[in-house]
Design a protein around this ligand. Sequence first.
Ligand SMILES: [Zn+2]
Ligand SMILES: [Zn+2]
Length: 307
Amino acid sequence: MEELQHRELNKDEQQDLLNLYYYICDNDYIMKKMLVNKKWALLFPYIIIFLTILMITTCKNIMLSIFAIILGLLSIQLNFIFSHMYVHALMLVYSLWNETMINIVGNIPPVVVTAFYHHHNEGDWAKGILSYTTPDGAFYVMVSHWVSFSLFTSYFPINGILLKLFILINLVLYPAETSGFFLGYEFGAMLLPISHAWVHNKIKVSNEKILYYSLKFLEYIGIFATKEDHKEHHNYSGEYVYTSFTSSGLYSVILDNYVTNIWNYSFKKCKEYNYQLYKVLMPLGIMIMYFTLGLSIFMLIQIGTIL
Ligand SMILES: [Zn+2]
Ligand SMILES: [Zn+2]
């Protein structure tokens, strides 16, 4: 059993992590393309444009479309929160973080490595690759979030084809009911790295006034956390090591308390029974993801048939 504490990596572990990152990118079609040609990142705004056009042209009830967008945003928020918790449970097992990791825990998307680095970056040893302190690094951090969380490119937890079929069937058979949902989901996924850059004070008023004040508005309404909210997430001295999981993505004060309780309880129990925390949080995360996706789509189609 590991020590269940946070610590920085030694030189060999740093190299192992880089090797793992390149291995994952090499096996991820879109990520591999983006490493060679940054223009591939346009895929994600194109998906948003496509879904917006589909939603507008097929809309049969504006309230249904708005409701679908909200459900999509909620779904990606929940998916992010539980994925984030799962990654932090993996972080507690330092021996996992090398090329053999996938054989032990199954598929992991590139953002998992980015997240691990974000919490183990003393000395900023992977500048330009995993760190957003350089323009190139910031780009890869951003697209690793997008490729990992977009339903159109994600292959976690199941290998891609089933998820793509699910989207395709819904968009072909029920475009009026489901295009808003996927739009909300994909838009929320695009916001994830931006919200994290925001809480680390990387987006300043001097960058772009319109962008700054739009994001300030998201902070004001509580979708983005503040720098202060996120500080706790980088404080590793607590009894349960990690806390404040929603402050890195789409923020929610109310949800954060529940999520922290789930983490603390699972942490305590796993320590008591000498069981790996990630093995408990993984099925929970998968269940939450498919449950929110399935329930949202089911509800929207049902409402659509009544209208
Ligand atoms: Zn984190
Ligand atoms: Zn952070």
